[in-house]
Design a protein around this ligand. Structure first.
Ligand code: GDP
Length: 365
């Protein structure tokens, strides 16, 4: 699961990406943290893991991770090949969701590519490039499928759907807001993998002084908030520069630093957690003296497939899962106490996993 960080040049993308990957490199034993200079494997903050580690005195704690990709190079005209152009756009096509960084800070030392700070204009510039690129994809497909459409009903239906989406985009709207007449067509639309069909989170990059009140009085951020709510997206206020500093601190220093800023959680942590949600991901947990660990699954995953995340043998030989909800385990104080209270359930093949299930899988080898 990958998120792409996009935005115009000089809005703070690399600064944000560096703080994400630095936070990753510092906190977890992930030797593969830098697969590629532009790809960072980032741990998902999860307070439950620390509690489990303490309860079991685990030797190791392993958080869930998601990948962030720094997608630099989008400028006006990218869809026509300006800047890194099409290469940039194909990088975006590979991600599952987008973090769109918008500049909401004034700083005469940091040049804005369009001469002034104006987040809505910036968002529109980026969205237009994505729209142009999607229109091109649709046009290619329409021209290919039209050839056979005159004597093939299915192809004719596809072509008319493609044309309807194209008209929607030509109105300046995103594929995300397109609703087909026939709900069954949604699967086909998803298969087109349109850039403007991907879920988006806005990261409003603000000055340090805006953090304490979540930028309530920053007109740039309020404009982004209004735009996002009209388009069904979330907005997070971050100060990329500060995040980069925070990422270098240890846990205690970090707590003090955040207190001084008047906040309890860094913007980065909120952003990571929201990204995980946006991707439709949840975590189940395993705990023991060797390791306490969070495992990533999609919402709706059943027990055997969840077990398969640990090892394919677990899925193949799945017998049952012993499951206790994290909150129940904590309120009982130990697994033994939870068992005595009847809160540890034995679940079979059809069980749909829930976020925060603490699990032990039983399987045949
Ligand atoms: P990118 O081109 O979008 O990747 O932007 P960078 O992350 O390279 O940032 C561009 C410039 O803006 C750098 O000089 C950063 O130090 C500066 N910058 C980034 N975030 C902030 C911020 O929150 N406040 C201020 N004042 N400057 C920032």
């Amino acid at each position: 699961m990958k998120l792409g960080i996009v935005g115009l040049p000089n809005v703070g993308k690399s600064t944000l990406f560096n703080s994400l990957t630095k936070a990753g490199a510092e906190s977890a034993n992930y030797p593969f943290c830098t697969i590629d200079p532009n790809v960072g494997v980032v741990p998902v903050p999860d307070a439950r893991l620390d509690k489990l580690t303490a309860m079991y005195d685990s030797a190791k704690t392993t958080p869930a991770v998601i990948e962030f990709v720094d997608i630099a190079g989008l400028v006006k005209g990218a869809s026509k090949g300006e800047g890194l152009g099409n290469q940039f756009l194909s990088n975006i096509r590979e991600v599952d969701a987008i973090v769109h960084v918008v500049r909401c800070f004034d700083d005469p030392n940091v040049i804005h590519v369009d001469g002034s700070v104006d987040p809505l204009r910036d968002i529109e510039t980026i969205n237009l490039e994505l729209i142009f690129s999607d229109i091109e994809i649709l046009e290619r497909r329409i021209s290919k499928q039209s050839k056979g459409a005159f004597n093939n009903k299915d192809l004719a239906k596809e072509v008319s759907l493609l044309k309807a989406i194209k008209a929607h985009l030509e109105d300046g709207k995103l594929a995300r807001s397109f609703t087909p007449d026939d709900e069954d067509d949604n699967e086909f639309i998803a298969s087109l993998n349109l850039l403007t069909g991907k879920p988006v989170i806005f990261a409003a990059n603000v000055a340090e002084s805006d953090l304490a009140d979540d930028a309530a009085n920053n007109p740039y951020v309020n404009a982004v908030r209004e735009f996002a709510s009209e388009n069904g997206c979330e907005v997070f206020v971050i100060c990329a520069e500060i995040e980069q500093e925070i990422a270098e601190l240890d846990e205690d220093e970090k707590k003090m630093f955040l207190e001084d800023l008047g906040i309890t959680e860094s913007g980065l942590e909120k952003l990571i957690a929201a990204s995980y949600r946006l991707l439709g991901l949840i975590s189940y947990l395993t705990a023991g003296p060797q390791e306490s660990r969070a495992w990533t699954i999609k919402v709706g995953t059943k027990a055997p497939q969840a077990a398969g995340k640990i090892h394919s043998d677990f899925e193949r030989g799945f017998i049952r899962a012993e499951v206790v909800a994290y909150d129940d385990l904590m309120s009982c104080g130990s697994m033994t106490a939870a068992k005595e209270k009847g809160l540890v359930r034995s679940e079979g093949k059809e069980y749909v996993m829930k976020d925060g299930d603490v699990v032990l899988f039983r399987f045949n080898v």
